[in-house]
Ligand binder design. Sequence first.
Ligand SMILES: [Zn+2]
Length: 123
Amino acid sequence: MHEARPQITLPSYREERAKVMEALPSTSCTGCGTQLRITEVLDHCQASWPEHYLLYFTCPHCRQMRHLKVRDDHVAIGYLDGAPGPRFVTQSEIVLPSLIVSNDEDTIELTLGDHAWVIHAKE
Ligand SMILES: [Zn+2]
């Protein structure tokens, strides 16, 4: 007779990933109050302004437009105020330790875990 060996069940990739996605911070739309995951926010970015690390985001629920200012591990959501040289006004901020941001003349590229977004410059 032998003792039952303890069973170690490793969570599947899918479960792990679900947990990671679950843990991703969300923000609420300033227009309609809908909670939006950061992945949804980035999915709905329409255009970028690469040299300023700015993105244009349109809420998929109420179509309100907001700007995002991105950098490694950090996304700020807000709007542009005034001229000359519009100033970014932060309304909410999300800290994302795994976010990697890069830019070139025409695009901003964001990587978050196994998600990647390439957002082209506004024409
Ligand atoms: Zn909205």
